[in-house]
Design a protein around this ligand. Structure first.
Ligand code: GDP
Ligand code: MG
Length: 725
């Protein structure tokens, strides 16, 4: 039999089971290549079935047909230009709401569509009951249930496809999305204008073309110009006028309003065809969302949650921190008692224990921070946060989705930058990568805790919160700048999924928390240990130093002086004298240490770079600390541990005291915190930026962040001095 060829295209969301079904349908008779001009894989298969030649094409997986990504453009163009006889939309039945968006866009396109409700098994096990007949009736589309990985329903699917392709039935217009009155009116007006200028062989559905013109679809506009030549000008102008009118009316781009209305339509369909045993949870979620994503309340509540997160991190964390602190000083006294004085003891005490110890005591804070982030993720609040930030993110031409990597940046910038891969457009990705380092990661927290704890004791939590907030503000402001100068372009509207709220499972919270804390511990053992040792070596050498005073002789003098006094004093006074002597000896030791550090290699480096940091209030020790922070920002603290901790132990108390005695002002501390917040991302982050965006953007990021950091710290320090003077 000489049968005609039927061309069948498979569309669907990513992970809906398209490829699985395609493989089962075509078996080994596949051709794999690329779509012309782009690096998107194209798979085709030719089979014979029901006496027909079937050509099956696996289109790229997409969530919509709005041409924002290459995949969407490829999929839409195939349907639009190659006109397959029938399109099978593979729908993940366990995720119907999301899948129906694409499904409805296909229907608007005026091609023959069949719905394969795949993952029927999953939908069932999740407690969804879908009325396929009703769905088919409501939308005027044949519906077949399938379980792709078990080959269930595939024969029926193919049969339905062939029958539908052969039949003469089209799609009843009435079954398509109806928009609200004003939009429908605009659609008709554009359509009239269009129809007055086109011939009968106009290749696209007219209503659909009108809709796309109202949505300002650049590709369709270009096609129209090609098809109509100069005649297209009036149509485009008309569409633009109506767009402006609608935008005025809704205070929103028409395409956004239309997207909303499509979702409204989908919500209506879902109400009709889905019954679910988890409906209740969804209702509860809706009610919670009424408050948490409320226009007015949502944002203050969000800020409150973040503020509470830092409060908890700081106050609850203080207890285990004290225990760790005590443990570390016990360890150092133990080592002190066990080992004979010498280079090795000094290496262990001042290099390893002081360096690593001064950072490791922040483990509780960091663990708590990660716990809170895991709580946001697991309860479903994270998605709401992104939703709330959507408006603000639009200020910089990004959408809420970009805020998720940014929020993750609070934990660690490295996974955050990798998370930008979820963004569709390359420009959005680069922009998000560039601003993410301003999100204050957990490595910066130890620096704040030390400095804010020392200089802003009672308000430490609030100061830290404000620092985080400033990071966000700088991110937003610079994002705007980059968007205007370097990365011009439209932002893509998107579908923000708001999963139902869940009570988090303790176990999964702990796993999330631990997974990330592990990275911190690994860094401890690796980079920070090595960094501390290098810093110790640089600060301990050269051994022979020209001291400005002979400390040995001075100490002998003090000893001799007090020995005499104590011998002749009455018992009651002797004790006081004894204490005095100890204090004076300690002072001399400290002075010696400081002079030693100052004249060490590290001190020389510090003095060499300090002219750069002087205007922002750093002495040479602060300069060195900042310099070493490039390795990893926690190292700033371990460097301070080595340089400031007068008695060479890691006790944060000792560091607090030493910092207070060092002559550092609270203004300088603030300037330093701001600098650490903003200046160049750590080595690991720089490496990821390089990998994800390329060397040019990486260099820009390094130079730019450091420049901003210096300027901000300069204005704070100098401005503050002017104010106080
Ligand atoms: P694609 O991204 O749309 O091409 O999706 P794939 O064909 O790669 O399928 C994604 C995953 O879903 C694979 O692990 C499949 O084995 C699985 N899968 C496909 N169909 C079904 C189904 O009906 N039920 C279940 N439970 N899993 C399925
Ligand atoms: Mg696939």
């Amino acid at each position: 039999m000489d049968s005609r060829q039927i061309r069948i295209a498979l569309t669907g969301n990513p992970n809906s089971g398209k490829t699985t079904i395609f493989n089962h349908l075509t078996g080994t008779r596949q051709k794999v290549g690329n779509w012309p001009g782009v690096t998107v894989e194209k798979k085709e298969g030719d089979i014979e079935k029901f006496g027909c030649q079937l050509k099956i094409v696996d289109l790229p997986g997409t969530y919509s047909l709005t041409p924002f990504s290459i995949e969407e453009i490829v999929a839409r163009d195939y349907i639009l230009e190659d006109r397959p006889d029938v399109v099978i939309d593979i729908i993940d039945a366990s995720n119907l709401e999301r899948s129906l968006y694409l499904a409805n866009q296909l229907r608007e396109l005026d091609c023959k569509v069949i719905f394969a409700l795949n993952m029927a098994d999953l939908a069932r096990s999740r407690g969804y009951k879908i009325d396929g007949e009703k769905l088919s009736e409501l939308l005027g589309v044949p519906v077949v249930f399938t379980v792709g990985n078990k080959k269930e329903g595939l024969d029926e699917l193919l049969k339905t496809a062939v029958e539908y392709a052969e039949s003469g039935t089209g799609i009843p217009e009435s079954r398509k999305v109806r928009y609200s009155k004003d939009i429908e009116k605009a659609i008709s007006e554009v359509r009239e204008e269009l129809e007055s200028r086109i011939g009968p062989d106009f290749p696209y559905n007219r209503r659909w073309t009108a809709v796309k013109l109202l949505e300002d679809d650049t590709i369709i506009k270009q096609r129209l110009e090609k098809l109509l030549g100069t005649d297209s000008a009036q149509v485009l102008e008309k569409a633009q006028q109506l767009r402006d009118k609608l935008a005025d009316l809704f205070h929103e781009e028409p395409e956004i309003v239309m997207t909303d209305e499509r979702y409204g339509f989908i919500a209506g369909i879902l109400k009709e065809v889905v019954t679910t045993s988890s409906r209740r949870r969804v209702d509860i979620s809706r009610n919670i969302d009424l408050v948490l994503t409320n226009r007015f309340l949502g944002f203050p509540i969000f800020i409150f949650f973040i503020w509470a997160m830092f409060q908890i991190t700081f106050t609850v964390g203080a207890y285990p921190m004290a225990w760790l602190d005590a443990g570390i000083s016990a360890l150092s006294s133990g080592v002190d008692a066990l080992l004979p004085p010498g280079v090795f003891e000094s290496f262990l005490l001042e290099g390893v224990i002081a360096g690593v110890g001064s950072v490791i005591i922040f483990l509780p804070n960091i663990v708590l921070l990660f716990f809170c982030i895991a709580l946001f993720e697991d309860t479903g609040y994270m998605a709401r946060a992104a939703f709330l930030m959507d408006r603000i993110m639009h200020l910089i031409g990004l959408h809420g989705k970009s805020f998720i990597p940014m929020l993750m940046g609070f934990g660690c910038n490295v996974p955050a930058i990798m998370a930008t891969r979820a963004l569709e457009s390359r420009k959005d990705r680069i922009l998000t990568v560039l601003i993410t380092p301003f999100m204050s990661c957990s490595a910066r927290l130890p620096v704040y805790i030390v400095l804010a704890g020392t200089f802003f004791a009672a308000y430490a939590g609030t100061v830290i919160f404000l620092l985080y907030l400033s990071g966000v503000v700088v991110a937003i402001v610079t994002g705007r700048l980059f968007r205007v100068i370097l990365l011009k372009g439209e932002d893509a509207p998107f579908v923000m999924e708001l999963p139902p709220y869940r009570l988090p499972m303790l176990k999964s919270l702990l796993i999330h928390m631990w997974d990330r804390s592990k990275m911190f511990l690994k860094k401890m053992g690796g980079v920070i240990l090595v960094g501390s040792i290098i810093i110790w070596v640089l600060s301990a050498y050269p051994k022979a130093i020209d001291y400005s005073v002979d400390y040995g002789a001075r100490m002998d003098q003090v000893h001799a002086e007090y020995a005499e006094k104590i011998a002749s004093a009455p018992a009651a006074e002797a004790r006081k004298l004894e204490e005095e002597r100890t204090a004076r000896i300690a002072d001399l030791r400290r002075a010696k240490r400081i002079e030693h550090a100052e004249k060490s290699y590290l001190g020389r480096i510090g003095r060499f770079v300090s002219p750069v940091f002087e205007p922002i209030g750093m002495d040479w020790r602060g300069s060195v600390a900042i310099l070493t922070g490039f390795v990893a920002k926690e190292v700033v603290v371990s460097t301070m541990g080595v340089l400031y901790a007068a008695e060479g132990d890691a006790e944060s108390d000792a560091l607090h005291r030493a910092l207070r005695n060092s002559g550092m002002t609270s203004l300088a501390a603030l300037s330093m915190m701001v600098f650490v917040l903003l200046y160049l991302p750590c080595l690991a982050t720089v490496a990821v930026i390089n990998r994800e965006t390329g060397t040019r953007w990486m260099i820009l990021s390094v130079v730019y962040t450091t420049a901003i950091a210096w300027l901000a710290a300069f204005f704070i320090y100098q401005g503050g001095r002017l104010l106080m003077a």
